[in-house]
Design a protein around this ligand. Structure first.
Ligand code: NAD
Length: 242
């Protein structure tokens, strides 16, 4: 129960890594705002958070819209009275080789991952600065330094590492820690969709890529949730900008 009395916001928490993070933070004692494109989609995670003994709030919000983000954080702060933890996790893929990538594919990915994390961090830090307490985690990726067919995604993920470091520098004096996680291959709907687009089943993809992974397997959503739970706990109070 390292997060007893804390209020966490997890974006893109209806499924996948975000859902696992919301549940893990609840198991550590935090109340959780489950943010996703629709409140209905967030319902399953809300039930799991409540089953873990915490309070949950489903919040419909497109993180790439400044107006929606502002309203969402106001609603969350009104409901719980504070905002201690923000996990910027919402994401989408629009993979293509650069010569075939549309402007819309570029904008969508940059807007959801990078602009979305900027907008949510900006909204959350207002409360965190007042409290002189806060933890922010960005979700980067192992492909942040480039990957074939992912000019948009890799660029956004590299940007998130820069954003984490910049916010760590700006907000450290207010006792706010900002870090990024950069997962490798994790088995989720996003990965399944990527496999299907490449004409492979999830099982084929796992077999093909696991060979080059030191642990010889894909990650589970809980593997990321466990690291994030550590990073937002006071066990990690001297880790920032990493
Ligand atoms: P996922 O597709 O299963 O879940 C993403 C969630 O984000 C969905 O619930 C979706 O509705 C939500 N979302 C999308 N656009 C949104 C928006 N504009 N506003 C609010 N919510 C929105 O994906 P996942 O595999 O769980 O990935 C979660 C995060 O982890 C992403 O940022 C992804 O880039 C990152 N990541 C994933 C992997 C992997 O292998 N799965 C690896 C490295 C990083």
């Amino acid at each position: 129960m390292r997060l007893s009395g804390r209020v966490a916001v997890v974006t893109g928490a209806a499924r996948g890594i975000g859902a696992a993070e919301a549940i893990r933070l609840a198991q550590e004692g935090a109340n959780v705002a489950v943010v996703d494109l629709s409140a209905e989609a967030a319902e399953e995670t809300v039930e799991a958070v409540e089953a873990a003994g915490a309070e949950a709030l489903a919040v419909a919000c497109d993180v790439s819209s400044a107006q929606q983000v502002e309203a969402a954080f106001e609603e969350i702060a009104n409901r719980f009275g504070r905002i201690d933890i923000l996990i910027n996790n919402a994401g989408v893929l629009r993979d293509n080789l650069t010569f075939k990538m549309s402007e819309d594919d570029w904008d969508t990915v940059l807007d959801v991952h990078l602009k979305g994390s900027f907008l949510c961090s900006k909204a959350a830090q207002k409360y965190m600065v007042e409290q002189e307490y806060g933890k922010i985690v960005m979700t980067s990726s192992i492909v942040a330094l480039g990957n074939r067919g992912q000019a948009n995604y890799s660029s956004a993920k590299a940007g998130l590492q820069a954003l984490a470091r910049t916010l760590a520098l700006e907000l450290g004096r207010f006792n706010i820690n900002v870090n990024a996680v950069a997962p490798g291959w994790i088995e989720t709907e996003m990965t399944k969709e990527a496999a299907e687009r490449a004409g492979m089943s999830m099982e084929d993809m796992k077999e093909r890529f696991a060979k080059n992974i030191p642990l010889k397997r894909f990650g589970r959503v809980e593997d990321i949730a466990n690291v994030v739970a550590f990073l937002v706990s006071d066990d990690a109070s001297y880790i920032s900008g990493e």
